[in-house]
Design a protein around this ligand. Structure first.
Ligand code: FAD
Length: 647
């Protein structure tokens, strides 16, 4: 029998980014024994890459800002497909979460009169992003990490053990959520360095695993983004929603090839940077869609006036929501008005003094100098769209972050769906992590405490054996089987490359029905071949083995994206159909729900030959009347059906 280490906690948080750390702090503050599991080193989660800032209507830069305006912007950005209750809670609670961070030691940039400084970002009516230069995520994680250490010090003072109620299992990957009947009973995983297997028994599990970008070839995402939490939820029986909505950030680096996709923060445009094509034209004025026409400037003069006098000028079109800017860049490139390396120019060098650029955008200055030998204080950058964020995710109850249909499972942060609708506004992720991370930790703790000691679910030996066999399977694939027994072993790296190319080419920024159907066909083939993904060597830090395991997740999640994208016959937010270019008001009322097709209540049996995902349509709940009252009727007419407007 395979050896498996065992631990017992009340709450397990999978993920140590902003959402996971905030959830863990809350669960521990409720007095529960809490474990945090993360793939990378503690403090190195993807959140550290966040640059521009955290959106919260504190009103420091413009006193007219408040939660209602933030709510409106968020709903507009998501084209009204957002879970409105999540958008409401987020807008109301974000300022408290930022102030709380400050009391825990975060050092935000300040205004001249000493308040937290707030900067402009696309889709936000007022300057709203609290920031630390362009390294906001790093400060957020540093602060949460410091808070965790201080809680551990409290425990040490109390009982002599730092890890008595809060322990971080770093460089560990969870491969299964375990269940006792319908209820969660813990997690199964492996230690990346040693290859040892482990089980953490716990009645409540919070998924905070981030996004899915590593299924695409060009992405701003880190190596951790293999859609693990999305897949873990599906495999545990929880549905995913909105998976067709993948955000392509308009500005990723396009050159040199080794860094293609790395993010160029939106702060560059927020601080005055403009987009130009190869003719030198500031082209975004040609791409303002009707729904936004009243709010965006028509001329360069008007747009430039907004930076110094926002009350009397409309916003520059470079600050439209990301989906609009990404599509515009894509069109310019397609029309041949592109830079030498297939992007467009983003210029801040002619807009701000060099000293100011170095002060406001130190990471960008460093990034371009080091990676592309471009001095952004003297010349423009070349940029193009890059896969950046997934709006889709685990369907959750907005107030408690509980996953649908699986008692004891919670989800927060990028892995959860609904909050951002069809398109996320910049800055709204960091605030989402804190608002819903806290809620997930709180409700997971309440749920676990409510069970008492007798009512706790148990981990069965059969489930552990099945999870261990699944994890170790790549070692038992024979190198050269006869065709009848499955054929030769497959290289996980080659499979991953094919998957990324497929998603990039066929389910990317602009989508067409035949291409998505072809993607599903290719994914089925890759899934079949991935059963024979084999690795050599032993379990001690073996990246090929890790990737072979991650492939299961990426293939599952990619199928969700492709199936949902094929089904939604309209263009909305992060989902653009060449064959259905318009937004269709009738689709606003529909969420597409992905579930595992073949589920037996225990570990789901995954048949690689067929599609694994069942797709259904679910009507979205009507938006509460007082929230609709925050919009002009004329505006609502653009999004809502007549039937919805009449009720
Ligand atoms: P993450 O921070 O990604 O954390 C995920 C955690 O889960 C990690 O610890 C990982 O190790 C762990 N994990 C994953 N799978 C497993 C597994 N199987 N087992 C165990 N652990 C696992 N948003 C903003 O609001 N403002 C910004 O300025 C901004 N800038 C950005 C800049 C860049 C370059 C990028 C890529 C994104 C940016 N975003 C920004 C988006 C934002 O950073 C992310 O959406 C957010 O950080 C996600 O946080 P999270 O807590 O959900 O997940």
């Amino acid at each position: 029998m395979t050896q498996v280490e065992r631990h017992t906690y009340d709450v397990v948080v999978v993920g140590a980014g902003g959402a996971g750390l905030r959830a863990a702090i809350e669960a521990r503050e409720q007095g529960l024994r809490t474990a945090v599991v993360c793939k990378s080193l503690f403090g190195k989660a993807h959140t550290v890459m966040a640059e521009g800032g955290i959106a919260a209507s504190m009103g420091n830069a413009n006193p007219r800002d408040n939660w209602q305006v933030h709510f409106r912007d968020t709903m507009r950005g998501g084209k009204f497909l957002n879970n409105w209750r999540m958008a409401e809670l987020h807008a109301k609670e974000a300022p408290d979460r930022v102030w709380e961070l400050e009391t825990w030691g975060a050092l935000f940039d300040r205004t001249k009169d000493g308040r937290i400084s707030q900067r402009n970002f696309g889709g936000h009516e007022y300057p709203r992003l609290a920031h630390v230069g362009d390294r906001t995520g790093l400060e957020l994680i540093r602060t949460l990490q410091q808070k965790i250490v201080s809680l551990q010090q409290e425990d040490h003072k109390r009982c002599g053990d730092y890890e008595d109620r809060l322990r971080v299992f770093q460089e560990c990957t969870v491969t299964r959520v375990l269940k006792d009947g319908e209820r969660v009973s813990g997690v199964f995983g492996y230690v990346r360095e040693s290859g040892r297997l482990f089980v953490i028994e716990a009645p409540a599990v919070v998924l905070a695993t981030g996004g899915i970008g590593k299924s695409f070839k060009v992405t701003s995402n880190s190596w951790e983004y293999t859609g693990d939490g999305h897949a873990l939820a599906l495999l545990a029986g929880a549905p995913l929603i909105n998976m067709e909505f993948v955000q392509f950030h308009p500005t990723g680096m396009v050159w040199p090839p080794s860094v293609k996709g790395i993010l160029v923060t939106e702060s560059v445009r927020g601080d005055g940077g403009v987009l130009r094509n190869s003719d030198g034209k500031r082209f975004m004025f040609d791409y303002v869609p009707d729904v936004f026409k009243e709010k965006y400037a028509q001329s360069e003069e008007e747009a430039d006036g907004w930076y110094t006098d926002p009350d009397n000028h409309r916003r520059p079109p470079e600050l439209l929501p990301r989906d609009e800017v990404a599509r515009a860049i894509n069109s310019e490139v397609k029309a041949g008005r592109c830079t030498p390396h297939g992007g467009v120019f983003l210029d801040v060098s002619t807009r701000l003094p060099a000293e100011e650029i170095r002060r406001r955008l130190p990471s960008m200055h460093h990034q371009f100098k080091e990676l592309a030998d471009v001095d952004i204080t003297a010349e423009p950058m070349e940029v193009g769209p890059t896969c950046h964020y997934v709006m889709g995710g685990v369907e959750v109850d907005p107030d408690s972050a509980a996953a649908t249909g699986v008692p004891g499972l919670f989800a927060a942060g990028e892995v959860a769906g609904g909050m951002h609708g069809s398109n996320r506004l910049g800055g709204n992720s960091l605030s989402d992590l804190l608002v819903f991370g806290r809620r997930a930790g709180l409700h997971a703790a309440e749920y676990a405490a409510g069970l008492g000691t007798d009512g706790r679910p148990r981990v069965s030996a059969e489930q552990v054996d099945a999870a261990a066999a699944e994890a170790l399977r790549p070692f038992s694939v024979e190198g050269d089987e006869p065709e009848a027994a499955g054929g030769p072993a497959e290289n996980p790296y080659a499979l991953h490359q094919e998957l990324q190319q497929t998603m990039n080419d066929l389910v990317g920024i602009i989508r067409r029905a035949p291409e998505m159907a072809e993607a599903l066909r290719r994914l089925a083939g890759l899934r079949q071949r991935s059963r024979r993904a084999g690795v050599e060597g032993h379990r001690q830090f073996n990246p090929g083995w890790h990737l072979a395991i991650d492939l299961r997740n990426m293939l599952l999640v990619s199928e969700c994206v492709a199936r949902a994208a094929l089904e939604r016959t309209e263009s909305r937010g992060g989902h653009t159909r060449d064959d259905y270019p318009e937004m269709d008001r009738r689709w606003r009322k529909t969420n597409l729900v992905c579930e595992l097709a073949d589920r037996d209540g225990e570990l789901a049996a995954v048949d690689p030959a067929d599609g694994q995902v069942r797709l259904t349509r679910r009507e979205t709940p009507p938006i509460r009347g007082d929230l609709l009252g925050l919009f002009e009727k004329d505006e609502l007419l653009k999004y809502l059906t007549d039937e919805e407007l009449d009720t």
